[in-house]
Design a protein around this ligand. Structure first.
Ligand SMILES: [Fe+2]
Length: 295
């Protein structure tokens, strides 16, 4: 069956037909998916009844997997999934929803803020692939914002102002926005900020986009309040309704997005209901900015 990609909603979202993730991909299918990602930035695949091994095989056919290592507050002994997955569910290692005040849950609420996956790593993620195994009775949408269009819509003065800026990204910054500020020294150490350019150029399409995330909490060389005010303005601009698509999940959906061209955020859902969504991640190629000397 040939692969077809049909635009749904805004121009940056495509719905894919003709892919069966329970089987190995052909080279033509791999090519079609990469081309679809370059064109759309978000691809939706419905009705994919895959298990972990099949999700990993599908992801590996598109690139090298980014491992989850020390990025949340789960101790290694508390992992529900192998570290080839990012566990963005609300479930503990026994598949039970976290208590409302569980520290691991509260930290993960940072995903409700607009972000680009692993922008807090020196080499940030390329693609994320999120598969829905079970979903809550209501809520829990994922929203995506398209950064090339947001960049294009900036006025020329703003484009000039931001062209060469470098931001510092850390999960400490995003969580602080929610009032989550209690960490051990070890946690604080591993969440030290990394540097990312604010304007990225897509290697294939050549289009520029805003590389933003709630993890961005400082601009190199700028006074902090001025940096925060600009970042806030840019995120507000970039997430206006005309740049946003809301995905309403069905069990079996796999949604794949390009973190170099989009931001996303999770929406709320009843805390006591399981939301088992499993993310695999295709690693990025290189840092976007030179990193600061270690202090
Ligand atoms: Fe995310």
């Amino acid at each position: 069956m040939p692969v077809t990609i049909r635009q749904i909603g805004p121009c940056f979202v495509g719905e894919v037909e003709g892919i069966d993730m329970t089987r190995p991909l052909t080279s033509l299918e791999v090519e079609a998916i990469h081309a679809g990602m370059d064109k759309h930035a978000v691809l939706v695949f419905h009705d994919q009844p895959i298990d972990d091994a099949q999700q990993l095989a599908f992801t590996r056919s598109l690139g090298e997997i980014e491992l989850t290592h020390n990025t949340g507050l789960r101790a290694a002994s508390e992992y529900r999934l192998p570290n080839t997955f990012a566990d963005v569910s609300n479930l503990d290692q026994n598949n039970r929803p976290f208590a409302r005040d569980d520290r691991r849950r509260l930290f993960s609420l940072g995903n409700r803020l607009w972000h680009s996956d692993s922008s807090f790593k020196a080499v940030p993620a390329k693609y994320s692939l999120l598969h829905a195994r079970s979903i809550p009775s209501k809520g829990g949408n994922t929203e995506f914002a398209y950064m090339p269009a947001a960049y294009d819509a900036l006025d020329d003065d703003t484009k000039r102002l931001i062209e060469d800026l470098v931001c510092e990204h850390s999960q400490l910054y995003s969580r602080a926005q929610l009032g989550f500020t209690e960490y051990s020294d070890e946690e604080r150490e591993r969440m030290k900020p990394v540097r990312q350019v604010l304007v990225r150029r897509h290697p294939t399409t050549g289009r520029k986009s805003l590389y933003l995330a709630s993890h961005a909490g400082a601009i190199v060389g700028w006074p902090m309040p001025e940096a925060r005010a600009l970042l806030r303005d840019l995120i507000e601009h970039a997430t206006q309704p005309e740049f946003v698509y809301a995905h309403k999940w069905r069990v079996g959906d796999l949604v794949m997005w390009d973190n170099r061209q989009t931001m996303h955020r999770a929406r709320p859902f009843p805390a006591h209901e399981p939301r088992d969504v499993r993310r695999t991640t295709v690693a990025g190629d290189a840092p976007t900015a030179a990193q600061a000397e270690a202090a």
